[in-house]
Design a binder for this molecule. Structure first.
Ligand code: UTP
Length: 274
């Protein structure tokens, strides 16, 4: 039912400099697979077939990764190394990949708005590939798609975070619908220490209804001078409905060095086929 998945991947990745000076953060490998591939895997598992990637200057490798590399493929054809390309070939054959450039980094909300022409007028998913989510039974996007069938409104994935970490996230508050579901009533982007409305932080998985684009068109720059998706979602919550979902699974903030190392160790032990 939800076929398109948008990957905002135009950010500068400053927390990972100098590695990200000329390499997109989304291409950093966790063990032997770039972050973007984990995100695409999750989207395909959730039934999506159109990957819409918002990239920026110097991010050609993202495009190349989802294309054939004839020279390399010819070189390893028939050798024991050929199966190493099986996974990515599978992803290339299972979905289409379209790219658009965000020419100015005006924030996540602006990156999502940049993807409007690729998405069109239908509900879509958003994956921030630097948030690596692992749940072997059912990926986080799949869990959210199932909820969308029930609620038919925008859904954000949330996670409980310690109070001293809340200032790094968009934080929601709302009324509890059931054990893991909240109807959003308030949302604050990167709250000042001690002012977070709850300990439920938004992580990099969203299902959005397409009216979000009209809202983003008039959303003023917010925290940090950037167009914030949380501001647009709060407007949507106030005029309609936004659901927050405490997802099942593990999440690693691979945009930070500590999260990236943690993800690498976890994936090497539990995900990687040794
Ligand atoms: P982040 O703030 O985590 O990513 O944005 P960043 O800006 O690349 O990283 P740091 O903080 O400087 O280390 C969340 C997501 O939104 C995308 C980023 O690529 C990331 O996936 N983004 C952010 C854009 O695509 N465009 C923007 O203008 C801002």
């Amino acid at each position: 039912m939800i076929k398109k998945c948008l990957f905002p991947a135009a950010g500068y990745g400053t927390r990972f400099l100098p590695a990200t000076k000329s390499m997109p953060k989304e291409m950093m490998p966790v063990v032997n697979k770039p972050l973007i591939e984990y995100g695409v895997d999750e989207a395909i598992q959730a039934g999506m077939t159109n990957m819409c990637i918002v990239s920026g200057r110097g991010k050609h490798s993202l495009m190349d990764h989802f294309d054939k590399n004839y020279e390399l493929e010819h070189q390893i054809e028939g050798t024991s190394k050929e199966p190493l390309l099986d996974d990515v070939r599978g992803l290339i054959n299972s979905a289409s990949y379209t790219f658009i450039r965000q020419s100015e980094m005006k924030g996540l909300g602006h990156a999502i708005l940049t993807g409007r022409d690729l998405v069109g007028n239908e509900p879509f998913a958003v994956v921030l590939a630097d948030d690596l989510c692992i749940n072997p039974e059912s990926g986080v996007l799949e869990q959210m798609v199932n909820l969308f069938k029930q609620f038919r409104c925008s859904i954000v994935a949330v996670e409980e975070v310690p109070e001293d970490q809340a200032h790094k996230y968009g934080v929601i508050s709302g009324s509890k619908i059931s054990e893991d579901l909240y109807r959003v009533e308030d949302m604050v982007e990167k709250p000042e220490p001690g002012t977070a409305p709850s300990n439920l932080a938004i992580i990099g998985r969203y299902i959005l209804t397409p009216d979000i684009f009209d809202i983003l068109e008039h959303t003023e720059p917010g925290k940090g001078g950037e167009i914030q998706i949380t501001d647009a979602l709060l407007e949507q919550a106030k005029s309609g409905c936004v659901i927050a979902y405490r997802f099942k699974g593990k999440r690693f903030d691979c945009g930070s060095v500590d999260g990236f190392i943690e993800a690498t160790n976890y994936c090497y032990e539990n995900v990687y086929n040794k």
